[in-house]
Design a protein around this ligand. Structure first.
Ligand code: SF4
Length: 280
């Protein structure tokens, strides 16, 4: 198939796939136009991020009614997948079986921690025990120190992600230009993993949209460490319902040090998306 024909068929497939997604998540026509390929990292302007924040906020209100975070988590995953598919021409060194980054701090939203706890419960005692064991080790190290203390993610099996379709948004957007640097960086902290700019921008934009939507829905918008947050979600009875009711069930869990709303550009996007300002 020629390049132009291949591109056309990809766009048709995307339209079919996204059409089903829009109906499922009741995405407004305007937001559909902005998010047809997820948030495009090199788009000039905040419109797709704003569309993402507004659409997710609606889903969060529905989540409170349903008592389930599942659709909101699935929506974020589908949008991030669309973005990453659009980056297929950006050269990266990552591939199947390469899992250096699965040994470092993995960031999750409270939504994702709750969804992963549900998944772990379904998988049974062995999976839950693996998560608790990993947390026993990793909870001793802060976000800044963790690079010096690598430890495999409890969902990593034979260097493959055992929850690939359900992995967090941060894992979907992990990318490196040099696998050898990744390999070294999990034992030293002074080498920066060279991440292609579109992936860095994508992570930031989804982080902002998710934080704005959660805050507007009156829900906890912090970004947590995976093991510590999932262990908490497993330990709290009726964690999902209580969190959706506004209870601070993740209080004291290891968190990323910088709050999204300390950044003026995040407060500005929130203001445009929802028409009012927020405090730091
Ligand atoms: S969830 Fe999967 S991709 Fe993410 S760190 Fe764990 S094993 Fe790796």
């Amino acid at each position: 198939m020629g390049r132009a024909k291949k591109r056309k068929s990809e766009i048709e497939a995307l339209k079919r796939e996204m059409g089903a997604a829009w109906a499922r998540w009741n995405v407004e026509p305007d937001a559909q136009r902005q998010l047809m390929r997820g948030i495009e990292p090199l788009h000039q302007g905040p419109e797709p991020t704003i569309a993402m924040a507004r659409s997710l906020r609606k889903l969060l209100e529905q989540a409170k009614v349903d008592g389930s975070v599942e659709e909101a988590v699935a929506f974020i995953a589908a949008m991030v997948n669309a973005t990453v598919r659009g980056l297929s021409e950006v050269p990266i060194a990552c591939g199947k079986g390469c899992s250096h980054c699965c040994n470092l701090w993995v960031s999750v939203s409270a939504l994702e921690a709750l969804a992963l706890a549900k998944l772990a419960r379904k998988r049974g005692d062995e999976t839950m025990e693996r998560i608790r064991d990993a947390n026993d080790f990793t909870q001793r190290f802060s976000h800044g120190d963790r690079g010096e203390h690598p430890h495999p993610c409890p969902f990593l099996e034979s260097n493959l992600c055992s929850i690939y379709d359900d992995r967090p948004a941060s894992c979907r957007q992990a990318a490196s230009e040099a696998a050898d640097i990744c390999a070294r960086s999990i034992f030293t902290t002074n080498e920066e993993v060279p991440t292609p700019l579109p992936y860095l921008v994508s992570r930031t934009m989804y982080g902002i949209a998710t934080a704005c939507a959660l805050r507007e829905a009156g829900l906890d918008h912090k970004t947590y460490e995976l093991n510590n947050a999932v262990v908490r979600a497993l330990a709290v009875e009726n964690a999902e319902a209580r969190w959706l009711a506004g209870e601070d069930i993740f209080n004291g869990v290891q968190v990323e040090p910088v709050d999204w709303f300390s950044k003026p550009e995040v407060r500005q996007i929130h203001q445009i998306a929802f028409g009012h300002s927020v405090d730091i």
